[in-house]
Design a protein. Structure first.
Length: 79
């Protein structure tokens, strides 16, 4: 079973499109949106079964140039 997480991404000024393009090329996300507020992008992704969430996100997103900060929200099956 995969784990669904949402990652909010704050980009350095002027880099949002570049960050989105770099992430899109990695093909790790299910959905990605440009957002208003404290963060510039919202990415939905599924962590493969058996993968450590923190390690997966760090290795998949940390090398993207232009990211200033991320906020990851884990989801849990409630119903």
């Amino acid at each position: 079973m995969t784990t669904c997480v949402f990652v909010q991404i704050r980009c350095r000024p002027g880099t949002t499109y570049s960050v989105a393009d770099q992430i899109a090329l990695k093909e790790i996300h299910s959905e990605m949106y440009s957002t208003s507020g404290d963060y510039d992008l919202l990415m939905k992704l599924y962590i493969p079964e058996g993968e450590d969430v923190g390690h997966f996100i760090n290795s998949a997103v940390a090398d993207v140039d232009g990211i200033e900060r991320t906020l990851t929200t884990l989801t849990f099956k409630a119903f």
